[in-house]
Design a protein around this ligand. Sequence first.
Ligand code: GTP
Ligand code: MG
Length: 280
Amino acid sequence: MFFPAYNEEENVERIILQAQKVLPKVAEEWEIIPVNDGSRDRTGEIIERIAKEDPRVRPVHHIRNRGYGGAVISGFNASRFELIFFTDGDLQFDLHEIPLLLQRLNEGDLVLGYRKSRQDPFFRKVNAFLWGKLVGYLFGFRVRDVDCAFKIVKRSVLDEVELTSGGAMISTELLAKARQRNFRISEVGVTHYPRIMGSPTGSNLSVILRAFKELSRIYPAMYPKSRMSSLIRIIPKIKLRKSRKAAIMDTWANGNPPSPEPSRREAGETVSALTETAGV
Ligand SMILES: Nc1nc2c(ncn2[C@@H]2O[C@H](COP(=O)(O)OP(=O)(O)OP(=O)(O)O)[C@@H](O)[C@H]2O)c(=O)[nH]1
Ligand SMILES: [Mg+2]
């Protein structure tokens, strides 16, 4: 099992303790891989302390933050067993429900949890619904909850699928490439809990923009001949124009006239500065 953890000092010890309790009940051989994604708090230190006491805890540390997808890719790369389970490091799922996934292994090469009752604000549910419809239409898969962080993936899938997304697009990329290679997908309902500790980052604007940017790279690479590809390639340009429009509206709302259009270079710098500070 692996889980990404970015500034999760309040959660990381508890999730490892829970995994140490649950995994011996469901597997003969197991390992826990916490992927510390360049956390700036005590996440890395806590993981190292636990790993010294238990050799089945094998941490991966990123020196710099790479983003959710980067952390998931590191987790897959470090995993050594046939079945790879992953979840989030913020305790929004219950590891005691892993057997629900295991029961479906004969039906799927990937077994996906879906959140029966998602504990997120309304606008996040709307975002997720629209994103799910969009990528389901584009890549031709039908799943109930693309981004649910409670999944088992068989090694045979990872042997054939190359993952490249650094951000939140990673789950979509995994499902799209698995579907393209005709792997079977099974789904099962799981319980979702609100995030109690730590800071939510999943709905940051920069996370969403990065997902669209990665979509505009991955879809045309997978389907170069599709007519949709030429349309999707222009997504990053729309994004820049929209952010400019939002900036203008903000300025007017504050009672000031808009400043002149920034140069291309300045606009690019703002976007990368935003990405860097948000750490996604
Ligand atoms: N967002 C984000 N999460 C990261 C990153 N690296 C690792 N993670 C971990 O990925 C998991 C998912 O991130 P969350 O912030 O919980 O995202 P979410 O569950 O969609 O939504 P919230 O919990 O409401 O923010 C957590 O365990 C994070 O610690 C990163 O750079 N950005
Ligand atoms: Mg979360």
